[in-house]
Design a protein around this ligand. Structure first.
Ligand code: DX5
Ligand code: ZN
Length: 218
Protein backbone atom coordinates (compact mmCIF):
# COMPACT_ATOMS: atom_id res chain seq x y z
CA UNK A 1 0.00 0.00 0.00
CA UNK A 2 1.36 3.39 -0.96
CA UNK A 3 0.12 6.78 -2.03
CA UNK A 4 0.03 7.88 -5.63
CA UNK A 5 -0.49 11.22 -7.31
CA UNK A 6 -2.97 11.68 -10.11
CA UNK A 7 -2.10 13.94 -13.05
CA UNK A 8 -4.82 14.45 -15.61
CA UNK A 9 -3.62 14.86 -19.19
CA UNK A 10 -5.51 17.73 -20.78
CA UNK A 11 -4.67 16.63 -24.33
CA UNK A 12 -8.22 15.48 -24.95
CA UNK A 13 -9.87 18.44 -23.21
CA UNK A 14 -11.34 21.48 -24.93
CA UNK A 15 -8.00 23.09 -25.77
CA UNK A 16 -9.66 26.41 -26.57
CA UNK A 17 -10.60 26.57 -22.88
CA UNK A 18 -7.34 25.23 -21.50
CA UNK A 19 -7.19 27.37 -18.36
CA UNK A 20 -10.71 26.53 -17.27
CA UNK A 21 -10.21 22.85 -18.10
CA UNK A 22 -7.08 22.82 -15.90
CA UNK A 23 -8.91 24.65 -13.11
CA UNK A 24 -11.74 22.14 -13.35
CA UNK A 25 -9.26 19.26 -12.95
CA UNK A 26 -7.58 20.90 -9.95
CA UNK A 27 -10.99 21.50 -8.35
CA UNK A 28 -11.78 17.82 -8.91
CA UNK A 29 -8.71 16.83 -6.88
CA UNK A 30 -5.93 16.52 -9.46
CA UNK A 31 -2.54 16.42 -7.69
CA UNK A 32 -0.72 17.82 -10.71
CA UNK A 33 -1.22 18.61 -14.39
CA UNK A 34 0.41 16.55 -17.13
CA UNK A 35 0.90 18.84 -20.13
CA UNK A 36 1.65 17.14 -23.46
CA UNK A 37 3.95 19.09 -25.76
CA UNK A 38 4.18 17.67 -29.31
CA UNK A 39 6.18 19.09 -32.19
CA UNK A 40 4.83 17.15 -35.19
CA UNK A 41 8.28 15.60 -35.64
CA UNK A 42 9.07 13.37 -32.67
CA UNK A 43 5.41 12.35 -32.80
CA UNK A 44 2.87 12.70 -35.63
CA UNK A 45 0.78 15.34 -33.85
CA UNK A 46 1.07 18.99 -32.72
CA UNK A 47 -0.20 20.54 -29.50
CA UNK A 48 1.29 23.63 -27.85
CA UNK A 49 4.54 25.01 -26.50
CA UNK A 50 5.99 27.36 -23.92
CA UNK A 51 3.92 30.47 -24.88
CA UNK A 52 0.77 28.60 -23.90
CA UNK A 53 2.38 27.31 -20.71
CA UNK A 54 3.32 30.86 -19.74
CA UNK A 55 -0.32 31.96 -20.15
CA UNK A 56 -1.55 28.95 -18.17
CA UNK A 57 0.81 29.75 -15.30
CA UNK A 58 -0.59 33.30 -15.17
CA UNK A 59 -4.16 32.02 -15.09
CA UNK A 60 -3.57 29.26 -12.53
CA UNK A 61 -1.10 30.92 -10.16
CA UNK A 62 2.13 29.52 -8.73
CA UNK A 63 0.80 26.48 -6.88
CA UNK A 64 -0.07 23.87 -9.53
CA UNK A 65 2.68 21.40 -10.48
CA UNK A 66 3.18 21.37 -14.26
CA UNK A 67 4.68 18.13 -15.54
CA UNK A 68 5.77 18.96 -19.09
CA UNK A 69 5.79 15.83 -21.23
CA UNK A 70 8.12 16.92 -24.02
CA UNK A 71 7.39 14.81 -27.09
CA UNK A 72 9.82 16.83 -29.19
CA UNK A 73 12.87 16.04 -31.30
CA UNK A 74 15.20 18.58 -29.76
CA UNK A 75 14.42 18.69 -26.04
CA UNK A 76 17.59 20.74 -25.40
CA UNK A 77 15.99 23.66 -27.21
CA UNK A 78 13.08 24.23 -24.82
CA UNK A 79 14.62 23.92 -21.36
CA UNK A 80 15.14 27.62 -20.71
CA UNK A 81 11.90 28.78 -22.38
CA UNK A 82 9.89 26.23 -20.40
CA UNK A 83 11.59 27.20 -17.13
CA UNK A 84 10.84 30.86 -17.84
CA UNK A 85 7.23 29.98 -18.68
CA UNK A 86 6.73 28.38 -15.26
CA UNK A 87 7.18 24.64 -15.84
CA UNK A 88 7.79 22.62 -12.67
CA UNK A 89 9.13 19.41 -14.18
CA UNK A 90 10.70 18.83 -17.58
CA UNK A 91 10.10 15.28 -18.78
CA UNK A 92 12.06 14.52 -21.94
CA UNK A 93 12.35 11.38 -24.05
CA UNK A 94 15.53 9.35 -23.89
CA UNK A 95 15.06 8.55 -27.61
CA UNK A 96 15.22 12.24 -28.51
CA UNK A 97 18.69 13.05 -27.20
CA UNK A 98 22.22 11.80 -27.62
CA UNK A 99 23.40 13.48 -24.41
CA UNK A 100 20.97 12.80 -21.59
CA UNK A 101 23.58 13.71 -18.97
CA UNK A 102 24.04 17.25 -20.26
CA UNK A 103 20.30 17.71 -20.60
CA UNK A 104 19.66 16.57 -17.03
CA UNK A 105 22.26 19.06 -15.81
CA UNK A 106 20.72 21.84 -17.87
CA UNK A 107 17.23 21.14 -16.51
CA UNK A 108 18.53 21.18 -12.92
CA UNK A 109 20.40 24.43 -13.49
CA UNK A 110 17.10 25.87 -14.71
CA UNK A 111 15.55 24.88 -11.34
CA UNK A 112 13.10 22.35 -12.73
CA UNK A 113 12.62 18.75 -11.68
CA UNK A 114 13.82 16.11 -14.14
CA UNK A 115 11.62 13.46 -15.73
CA UNK A 116 12.93 10.87 -18.18
CA UNK A 117 10.48 9.11 -20.50
CA UNK A 118 10.82 5.94 -22.56
CA UNK A 119 8.64 4.83 -25.46
CA UNK A 120 7.29 1.26 -25.53
CA UNK A 121 10.18 0.07 -27.74
CA UNK A 122 12.89 1.35 -25.39
CA UNK A 123 14.16 -0.98 -22.68
CA UNK A 124 14.33 -0.10 -19.05
CA UNK A 125 18.02 -1.06 -19.05
CA UNK A 126 18.65 1.97 -21.27
CA UNK A 127 17.02 4.23 -18.70
CA UNK A 128 18.69 2.64 -15.67
CA UNK A 129 22.07 4.45 -15.91
CA UNK A 130 20.24 7.78 -15.39
CA UNK A 131 17.87 6.66 -12.66
CA UNK A 132 19.92 8.01 -9.77
CA UNK A 133 20.05 11.48 -11.39
CA UNK A 134 16.37 11.99 -12.18
CA UNK A 135 13.26 12.72 -10.12
CA UNK A 136 10.86 10.65 -12.18
CA UNK A 137 10.87 7.89 -14.79
CA UNK A 138 7.97 7.86 -17.25
CA UNK A 139 7.13 4.45 -18.67
CA UNK A 140 4.90 5.05 -21.69
CA UNK A 141 2.02 2.59 -21.93
CA UNK A 142 1.06 3.64 -25.49
CA UNK A 143 3.05 4.93 -28.46
CA UNK A 144 3.17 8.67 -27.77
CA UNK A 145 1.20 11.01 -30.01
CA UNK A 146 -2.48 10.62 -29.26
CA UNK A 147 -4.89 10.26 -26.38
CA UNK A 148 -7.48 7.54 -26.20
CA UNK A 149 -5.28 4.58 -27.14
CA UNK A 150 -5.29 1.12 -25.60
CA UNK A 151 -3.19 0.48 -22.48
CA UNK A 152 -0.16 -1.78 -23.11
CA UNK A 153 -0.08 -4.15 -20.20
CA UNK A 154 3.19 -5.65 -21.38
CA UNK A 155 4.97 -2.47 -20.20
CA UNK A 156 4.30 -3.38 -16.55
CA UNK A 157 7.47 -5.46 -16.13
CA UNK A 158 9.42 -2.24 -16.79
CA UNK A 159 7.60 -0.53 -13.93
CA UNK A 160 8.09 -3.46 -11.53
CA UNK A 161 11.77 -3.71 -12.38
CA UNK A 162 12.33 0.01 -11.78
CA UNK A 163 10.35 -0.15 -8.53
CA UNK A 164 12.56 -2.98 -7.28
CA UNK A 165 15.84 -1.40 -8.37
CA UNK A 166 15.02 2.18 -7.34
CA UNK A 167 12.58 2.05 -4.42
CA UNK A 168 12.33 5.80 -3.91
CA UNK A 169 12.13 6.86 -7.59
CA UNK A 170 8.89 8.42 -8.77
CA UNK A 171 7.53 6.23 -11.57
CA UNK A 172 4.85 7.59 -13.90
CA UNK A 173 2.64 5.68 -16.32
CA UNK A 174 1.00 7.43 -19.27
CA UNK A 175 -1.32 6.13 -21.95
CA UNK A 176 -4.60 4.31 -21.71
CA UNK A 177 -4.66 4.49 -17.92
CA UNK A 178 -8.12 4.48 -16.36
CA UNK A 179 -10.31 2.47 -14.00
CA UNK A 180 -9.78 -0.70 -16.09
CA UNK A 181 -5.98 -0.60 -16.11
CA UNK A 182 -5.08 1.16 -12.84
CA UNK A 183 -4.81 -2.03 -10.80
CA UNK A 184 -2.02 -3.35 -13.05
CA UNK A 185 -0.16 -0.04 -12.66
CA UNK A 186 -0.62 -0.05 -8.90
CA UNK A 187 0.51 -3.65 -8.60
CA UNK A 188 3.67 -2.86 -10.57
CA UNK A 189 4.42 0.12 -8.31
CA UNK A 190 3.67 3.23 -10.37
CA UNK A 191 3.09 6.25 -8.12
CA UNK A 192 2.43 9.04 -10.63
CA UNK A 193 -0.63 8.27 -12.67
CA UNK A 194 -1.46 10.12 -15.87
CA UNK A 195 -4.96 9.69 -17.19
CA UNK A 196 -6.45 11.59 -20.09
CA UNK A 197 -9.56 10.40 -21.83
CA UNK A 198 -10.78 8.28 -18.87
CA UNK A 199 -11.03 11.46 -16.76
CA UNK A 200 -11.93 13.91 -19.51
CA UNK A 201 -14.75 11.86 -20.95
CA UNK A 202 -16.34 11.25 -17.56
CA UNK A 203 -19.40 13.11 -16.24
CA UNK A 204 -17.82 12.81 -12.82
CA UNK A 205 -14.06 13.41 -13.09
CA UNK A 206 -13.74 13.72 -9.31
CA UNK A 207 -14.88 10.15 -8.77
CA UNK A 208 -12.53 8.85 -11.49
CA UNK A 209 -9.59 10.68 -9.87
CA UNK A 210 -10.56 9.26 -6.46
CA UNK A 211 -10.95 5.78 -7.90
CA UNK A 212 -7.47 5.91 -9.45
CA UNK A 213 -5.94 7.21 -6.22
CA UNK A 214 -7.71 4.65 -4.03
CA UNK A 215 -6.70 1.78 -6.33
CA UNK A 216 -3.06 2.53 -5.51
CA UNK A 217 -3.72 2.41 -1.76
CA UNK A 218 -5.34 -1.04 -1.77
C1 DX5 B 1 0.00 10.41 -25.39
C2 DX5 B 1 0.14 11.41 -24.27
C3 DX5 B 1 -0.69 11.05 -23.10
C4 DX5 B 1 -2.17 11.00 -23.43
C5 DX5 B 1 -2.90 10.28 -22.35
O1 DX5 B 1 0.96 10.65 -26.34
O2 DX5 B 1 1.46 11.46 -23.81
O3 DX5 B 1 -0.44 11.91 -22.01
O4 DX5 B 1 -2.72 12.26 -23.57
O5 DX5 B 1 -4.24 10.17 -22.71
P1 DX5 B 1 -5.03 8.81 -22.51
O6 DX5 B 1 -5.14 8.58 -21.02
O7 DX5 B 1 -6.34 9.06 -23.16
O8 DX5 B 1 -4.25 7.71 -23.17
ZN1 ZN C 1 1.80 12.43 -21.88
Amino acid sequence: SYSAKIGPSILNSDLACLASECTRMLECGADYLHLDVMDGHFVPNITFGHPVVECLRKHLGQAPFFDMHMMVSRPEQWVKPMAAAGATQYTFHLEATSNAGALIKDIRESSMKVGLAIKPGTTVEELAPWASQIDMALVMTVEPGFGGQKFMEDMMPKVSWLRTQFPSLDIEVDGGVGPDSIHKCAEAGANMIVSGSAIMSSDDPRSVINFLRNACME
